[in-house]
Design a binder for this molecule. Structure first.
Ligand code: NAP
Length: 579
């Protein structure tokens, strides 16, 4: 049974997805500033303006103000007077709202679109009749009257009758554009929005609101959505989770997204502070790669991770090719790959944590860890060791099989590294250093966790011969004389962490001047630990070096091309040093 009455509907638009900036105008006093705001957003790239006039429409002379907004707007516009039932602020009588829309729709000039709700249109024959007087019916793009955007909103979650609503809109001969917006509860909602767009027989908008919805707003362009909503700079917007026009166009390169665009992203929780979308998208632009990198927030529990990953994997038209994995899902990534029968590189297999997942064209998955080789490479440069273990480790290869591998292994044999911490990052770095041939001693607040890592790594056979040397020691036995390098891998000293002013080493600890101290924390760049180490003459390396190196490796795994190194450094510096 077909979902829609094919004879009654125009086909889905093949033209580009428009960016509409939604501007709320509450009173006549705001009309001038709203017009100025719209002009700025049109200059920034918005192609449509939505005037949200819920409160303005209730004013005594509200109609005249709305008509002025339509008349003086520098781009085609949508007029929306949203009632309280669907998240708006219009509290007046329903027939008054409909009469206002009729007056707006029959004015000259009229807006390009009027938005009206599916639920309200079906309320009475009278309402439907008046709305049909306000719009071009059936829809004709060249008509003087507006086209009807027939809409449905749910600010709580996915409506249980989502598909029924979509079909009702698609089948309504008055509907020029179908709009479905709901508050996403997980990444799966975004995938469902894409599925709706994929099967839409007429111009359609399917968007997810809230923190889980950004991918649906950005990748609307990949699925040929009629439009996506943005908020004006400095304005809170008209729905939760709207990006600005500038974010869509500059951060996500919205104009370059098409049906062929490959999808990449980051999974983690929370993701607000992540620099990865900024650098990967800019990198794609710099090398002319047809990709888009978006945030896929997934809450902490394994069940959420598993469900989110299956959703991303199973809707093949989404064309996900690669994901960065961050806190708290690095261990979940390895578990997921094992459950799916995918492949693990040597480090993620050794340490049980991965920060990169590749979705290969044949449907298979591979997980890798680029954190560890990045930290190893950062230390190698600071310690002036020769060779390049980073590339070989990133690819899970035996360092002996690549140029510089043997030389590097013997150089690392003389290096004893203290790792402060025993979380996911510490575990990966310990495995990477042990694989490179270094001796490692872990120190952690909870000693048992350090011991567990040492127990799982110590004595494992190294690919080129010999055994991994990993031990654990108590914090009060730390001596700065023993080590050539210290790697700090806890959240102490991290902005927003539990102890941002803290330092894992006591103030009286003596460090020697040939020592390298690497802090994995990069917010802020200068941590209390690095300040203390620098004062004692040690060579210090901040966390941005490791971050950029791991991003380079991911970029190369994602695109097959070397990352634009200078660009990544500039973007990271710009974001972190400005603060
Ligand atoms: P995690 O798994 O949550 O581990 C947290 C670690 O911090 C544990 O060792 C924990 O000790 C310790 N810790 C937390 N609060 C502490 C406190 N108040 N006092 C003493 N120890 C404390 O986190 P993770 O994934 O390993 O990340 C650790 C750090 O690495 C973060 O700062 C992260 O930003 C950084 N990192 C940087 C990069 C990069 O590219 N630069 C990449 C990955 C990670 P207990 O075991 O006692 O709880």
């Amino acid at each position: 049974m077909p979902l829609v009455n094919a004879a009654s509907v125009p086909t889905a638009s093949a033209s580009r997805t428009q960016i509409v900036v939604a501007i709320p105008v509450e009173s006549a006093d705001e009309v001038d500033s709203a017009l100025a705001m719209a002009a700025a957003e049109i200059a920034a790239g918005a192609t449509l303006v939505e005037w949200r006039v819920d409160s303005l429409a209730e004013e005594a002379d509200g109609l005249a103000s709305v008509l002025r907004l339509v008349r003086e707007c520098k781009a085609p516009c949508v007029v929306t007077i949203r009632g309280v039932a669907e998240g708006g602020a219009f509290r007046g009588n329903e027939m008054d709202r409909v009469s206002l829309l009729e007056a707006i729709g029959t004015a000259d000039p009229a807006p390009r679109f009027i938005d009206f709700e599916l639920a309200s249109l079906g309320c009475s024959a009278n309402i439907r009749q008046k709305i049909l007087l306000a719009v071009a019916h059936p829809p004709q793009p060249a008509a003087k009257k507006p086209q009807l955007i027939l809409s449905s909103h749910d600010f709580q979650g996915r409506p249980s009758d989502l598909t029924r609503r979509a079909v009702a809109m698609w089948n309504d001969p008055a509907c020029a554009v179908a709009k479905l917006a709901w508050r996403a509860r997980s990444v799966r909602d975004c995938v469902e929005a894409f599925e709706l767009l994929h099967q839409a027989p007429k111009p359609t908008i399917a968007l997810c609101m809230g923190p889980f919805g950004m991918a649906s707003r950005v990748l609307a362009a990949k699925f040929g959505a009629f439009l996506t909503y943005a908020r004006a700079e400095g304005d809170p917007g008209t729905a939760p989770g709207q990006p600005t026009v500038a974010q869509l166009r500059k951060l996500f390169r919205f104009d370059s997204i098409s049906r062929t665009t490959q999808v990449f992203g980051i999974v983690g929780w929370p993701l607000d502070q992540s620099l990865s979308p900024l650098i990967h998208n800019a990198g794609f632009g710099a090398i002319g790669f047809d990709g888009c990198y978006v945030p896929f927030p997934i809450p902490t529990e394994w069940e959420h991770f598993k469900a989110g990953m299956h959703a991303l994997r199973e809707f093949r038209q989404l064309d996900v090719r690669g994901l960065s994995v961050t806190i708290p899902h690095k261990e979940h990534a390895v578990r997921f790959i094992r459950e799916c029968g995918g492949e693990l590189d040597a480090i993620s297999d050794w340490c049980g944590a991965a920060n990169t997942i590749l979705f290969r064209p044949d449907g298979s998955l591979k997980a890798l860890n680029t954190d560890a080789p990045a930290a190893v490479a950062s230390l190698a440069v600071a310690l002036a060791l020769h060779g390049d273990t980073s590339a070989s480790l990133a690819c899970g290869q035996d360092p002996h099989t690549v140029p510089g591998g043997n030389e590097m292994r013997s150089a690392w044999r003389n290096i004893h590294v203290a790792i402060l911490g025993a979380g996911g990052a510490a575990r990966a770095i310990a495995a990477g250093l042990a694989l490179a041939g270094a001796r490692v001693t872990l120190f952690n607040r909870t000693h048992a966790r350090a011991e567990a890592i040492a127990h799982s790594l110590h004595g494992r056979a190294l690919p080129g011969g010999g055994e991994a040397q990993v031990t654990a020691s108590r914090m009060d036995q730390f001596s700065g004389e023993t080590f050539q390098a210290i790697v700090h891998a806890t959240s102490v000293g991290m902005e927003g962490g539990s102890d941002p002013e803290g330092c894992m080493l006591p103030p009286d600890v003596a460090l020697h001047q040939k020592m390298v101290v690497l802090d994995t924390v990069y917010r802020p760049l200068q941590t209390p630990l690095l300040r203390m180490a620098a004062e004692q003459g040690a060579t210090v390396v901040d966390g941005s070096d490791m971050f950029i190196r791991q991003a380079h490796m991911q970029f190369e795994l994602f695109t097959g091309h070397a990352a634009p190194a200078g660009l990544f450094r500039r973007l990271v510096d710009g974001s972190l040093r400005v603060r």
